[in-house]
Design a binder for this molecule. Structure first.
Ligand SMILES: NC(=O)c1ccc[n+]([C@@H]2O[C@H](COP(=O)([O-])OP(=O)(O)OC[C@H]3O[C@@H](n4cnc5c(N)ncnc54)[C@H](O)[C@@H]3O)[C@@H](O)[C@H]2O)c1
Length: 247
């Protein structure tokens, strides 16, 4: 599919080296956007950018200096930012009850998923402000809405992302900038491959459609949310769960 929905637009996709981010970047490019993949995995990120014919900039979303530096570099090259999708995220401890979760695991997940969402969102709206236009999408999870047993760190972090989206969406509601979230159930990626098989079964068994979501289904929804057409939606976390969370 090729069209020009994002013609002349600049998009930053964090965690764009793999999984959801890579697929979103691919579709945005097909639809005319100039995309910057950012990721902490430089090797994977550079290889992905080369394949897609887009740009790459290293960034650790959990590190303030890394985030501000990378955004500044990209903005110096482009002079504008239309779309920012934060896909960088980690699962952390899973398949374990809270009594067996080390504090270091909890802190690490919050640093990447919550602090990373805060830092990338803050930087995006700072750079979108002057043009009074922008689309920010933070990838949360069904785990943040429903709470997955065995994933206390991850579920906590994604509930935090949903709260951040609600708050910042309202802060910018009278501007041309929208801030939304996405709550997918299970979509097969490298991240899911790292999750304990029993934990994956627990999550997929709960999906009423009795299957995982596909990367194409995910990217189609994301690209609408970050397009100019989605102009009356902000502060909302969109569901992508095959019927698991019908709210
Ligand atoms: N795959 C699913 O089923 C699913 C479901 C719900 C939510 N999500 C969320 O979607 C997002 C993407 O997940 P995925 O399945 O594509 O994972 P993935 O592991 O395939 O890709 C994540 C990417 O983020 C990068 N990354 C990790 N930590 C980073 C950091 N600190 N700074 C910069 N980059 C970092 C990784 O290098 C990787 O390229 C995550 O936030 C995840 O929680 C995924």
């Amino acid at each position: 599919m090729t069209n020009e929905r994002f013609k002349d637009q600049i998009a930053i996709i964090t965690g764009g080296a793999d999984g959801l981010g890579l697929h979103i970047a691919t579709r945005l490019i097909k639809e005319g956007a100039r995309v910057w993949i950012v990721d902490r995995d430089e090797e994977l990120g550079k290889a992905a950018a080369e394949r897609l014919g887009c740009e790459f900039e290293p960034m650790d979303v959990a590190d303030e200096t890394s985030v501000t530096t990378a955004f500044s570099k990209i903005l110096a090259a482009t002079g504008r930012l239309d779309v920012m999708v934060n896909c960088a995220g980690i699962v952390g401890p899973n398949g374990v009850k809270i009594e067996d979760v080390p504090l270091s695991g909890f802190d690490q997940v919050q640093a990447v998923n919550v602090r990373g969402s805060f830092l990338t969102c803050r930087e995006a709206v700072r750079h979108m402000g002057p043009r009074d236009y922008g689309r920010v999408l933070l990838v949360a999870s069904i785990a943040g809405k429903e709470g997955n047993a065995g994933m206390s760190c991850y579920s906590t972090s994604k509930a935090g992302v949903i709260g951040l989206v609600k708050s910042v969406g309202k802060e910018y509601a009278e501007t041309g900038i929208t801030v939304n979230g996405l709550a997918p159930a299970v979509i097969r990626t490298a991240m899911v491959d790292k999750v304990e098989p029993e934990q994956v079964k627990y999550m997929t068994d709960k999906i009423p459609m009795k299957r995982c979501g596909t990367l194409d289904e995910m990217a189609a929804m994301v690209c609408w949310i970050v397009s100019p057409e989605a102009s009356f939606n902000t502060g909302f976390t969109f569901d992508l769960s095959g019927g698991r969370a019908v709210y």
